[in-house]
Write a protein that binds this ligand. Sequence first.
Ligand code: DX5
Ligand code: ZN
Length: 217
Amino acid sequence: MKIAPSILSADFGRLAEEVRAIAAADYVHVDVMDGHFVPNLTIGPVVIEAVKKATSLPLDVHLMIENSARWVEAYAKAGADIIGVHVEGDVHLHRTLGLIRSLGKKACVVLNPATPLEMIEYVLGDVDQVLIMSVNPGFGGQSFIPSTLEKVRRLRKLLDERGLHVDIEVDGGIKLDNIADVARAGANVFVAGSAVYGTKDYTATINSLRDRARSAR
Ligand code: DX5
Ligand code: ZN
C-alpha cells in the first residue's frame, strides 16, 4: 500500500519545503499538464529537477500532455522514476511504454474515467503500473467518480487471471473516508493531493491514509 501525495495542491512558492514535508509518503506524484490535453498548465522538466533535489522518494510523474512520447526522454532525464502516459494521448502507446522502460524507468499507462479497460488489454504485459483516473484530469480537489471502483475491481481480476504483478494506482478525490473502498476494490497505490496538502499535519494524514488502506484488505 503506497501513498503518493500530489504536489499540485502544494504551495508552489515553497515547493522544496512542501516536498520535504511529505517524507512519510512512498512516492511524490507530479502532475504535468500542457493546456491542450487538459485545460490547465503546470510543470516542466526544470521543476522536476528541483523536486528531485528536494527528496529521495521516487517521482511518480503523470503526463497529461499531447504527444507524450516526445517528452518522455526529457522527463526521464530530469529525474522521473515512474512515467505515466495517457492511453487517450498516444496513438503509439506500445512504442512509448517500451521507450520508458528502455530509459530504465517504470512504465505506467493511464486511463481517463470514460476510457474502457479494453484499451489497455494488449499492453498489460508491458507496464509496471496502471493508473485509473477517478476524476477528469486537470485540477485537484474534485470529487471521486464512483464508477471507478468497478473498473479497479475488473482490472485487479484481469491481472490476477494473467498472473501479472502490476501496481494499480488511483488518482483523484481520494480522502480518508473513501480510501478503504478503493483499496478493497484492488488498488495499492493512492494519489492524494488536497487530502494531504489541505491538512496541517501531512505526516499524520499520510500515515492514516496508509493505515486505512492496509486495514481494508
Ligand atoms: C488531476 C491530477 C491529480 C490531482 C489529485 O488531474 O492528476 O493528481 O492532483 O488531486 P486530489 O487528490 O485533490 O483530487
Ligand atoms: Zn495525477
